[in-house]
Each structure stands twice: as C-alpha cells, then as structure tokens.
Design a protein around this ligand. Structure first.
Ligand code: PGA
Length: 248
C-alpha cells in the first residue's frame, strides 16, 4: 500500500506577509490524516516555511537544486544546502524548468543524483506537450524522460514521480481520470523495467490543474498516489481540501 502524498508547488509566488498568511491557513486547517503533505516555496521563503511548519506534520521542499555539490555556480543552490536547512523534498525536471531553462534529461538526471546523495527525496516531473499528445507521442516522450533521468543512478529509494501533462499545467484543463490513469499505469510499467526502482512502491503523483472539484476522481484511480498542486496550493482551504480527498 502506497501512502498518499500531496505536494504544493508554490512556484514564484509569495512575500513574507503572504507566506505567513498561507502558513496560518494551512496550520489552522484540520490536518489531513493518512496522507503525507508537503509544500515547496521559493528558496527565499524556505527558512520561514520550515520554521512555521516545524512539528506540524507538513514537510517542506525546494522547487529545484543544482547538479553540482558546491563551487562557482552563480545563482545556484546545492542539494546539500537544502538538506542542511531541513528540507525533505526537491522537485526536479518541472516542465517550466525544461521550457524556460532548457533543462535536458541528462541535466535532470545529474540533479537527481545530487539530490539522492544529499538525502533529499526527489520528485521527478515528466509529461508531454499538447502537440506531442496529439501526435500520438505521449508515451514515447514520457518513457524517454524517465529513461534519461533514471539511467546510471546508484540508488533510487524513495523516488517519487509526478506526471504533469504540460497542456494541463495552469491552464484549467485537467487530464481526464482515464487519461491520467492510463499514463500512470504506463509509467509504472516503465519503472518496473528500470534498475534499482521498486515500481509497486513508487508513488506517482498527478499534476496539472488539480482542484478541490476534480481531486477525488483522480485519486480514485489505481495508479494515482496523490498530486503535485500549483495554483490551488496558494489557497490554504483548497490545498487542504485536495489533501483531504487523498486519504485512503
Ligand atoms: P497547476 O500547476 O496546478 O497550477 O496546473 C501544477 C504544477 O505545475 O506543478
């Protein structure tokens, strides 16, 4: 049995004041039992969120990390630094990183190694564009993203995959439960063939316009183990309602 996991990806949003009020909402809400909950603010707000969430059961992660351990990498943050301040998670290979920062599967793979070595739990994002789906290439694209990042990893315990169809991110368009389940089952099949991964134990999250109104039907699917939530994670009530739907 895989424990449900719901992660909020706050992207490039927030000020000290708005983060404080979001935290107040999250911590004041009924805690979702039976589901693991995490939030990923900007690097700048990590410390504030780590302090706010201490002892709450909500764990904290970053939205990216460097592939390198330390050195002359201006603007980068190492996985080790994130672990050192108390982060649990790191999101890697998000489609916005692939699109705006030209991240390749090889670079995402190097970040994955760095994260695992630092003791962080990586959330590896994969997903096809609308054009790729319409061209019948969705499975091939996702398989290549998985193979590219997972190749040559020494160990992958605790790996989490997030399937986020690019056409569903921030667009209000959600994959239907059938489309999502089909891809999640495909991903689990691919993981079963990857070295060092226990496919049955690996949690596969869905991401892309998850809201309180569509979360339950997605979570009902056999291979959907939770969600990576963007926009709705900025509204405490919506995020906790999504987490609540993931119980069981
Ligand atoms: P969204 O973003 O929920 O706003 O679609 C999801 C994500 O990008 O992780």
């Amino acid at each position: 049995m895989r424990q449900s996991l719901v992660i909020g990806n706050w992207k490039m949003h927030g000020s000290r004041a708005s983060v404080a009020s979001l935290l107040e909402g999250l911590l004041g809400a009924e805690p979702a039992s039976g589901v693991e909950v995490a939030v990923c603010p900007t690097y700048l707000h990590l410390d504030q969120v780590l302090q706010g969430c201490a002892g709450s059961g909500i764990s904290v992660g970053a939205q990216d990390c460097s592939h390198a351990q330390s050195g002359a990498y201006t603007g980068e943050v190492a996985a080790e630094m994130l672990a050192d301040i108390g982060c649990t998670w790191v999101i890697l290979g998000h489609s916005e990183r692939r699109q705006y920062h030209a991240e390749t599967d090889a670079l995402v793979g190097a970040k994955l190694s760095a994260a695992i070595e630092a003791g962080l739990k990586p959330v590896l994002c994969v997903g096809e564009t609308r054009q790729q789906r319409e061209g019948g290439e969705a499975n091939a694209v996702v398989a290549a993203q998985l193979a590219g990042a997972l190749a040559d990893q020494a160990q992958l315990d605790g790996l989490v995959i997030a399937y986020e169809p690019v056409w569903a991110i921030g667009t209000g368009l959600t994959a239907t439960p059938e489309q999502a389940q089909e891809m999640h089952a495909f991903i689990r099949g691919e993981l079963a063939q990857a070295a060092g991964v226990d496919a049955q134990k690996t949690r596969i999250l869905y991401g892309g316009s998850v809201k309180p109104g569509n979360a339950a039907e997605l979570f009902d699917c056999a291979d959907i183990d939770g969600a990576l939530v963007g926009g709705a994670a900025l509204v405490a009530e919506d995020f906790m309602s999504i987490a609540g739907a993931a119980i069981g």
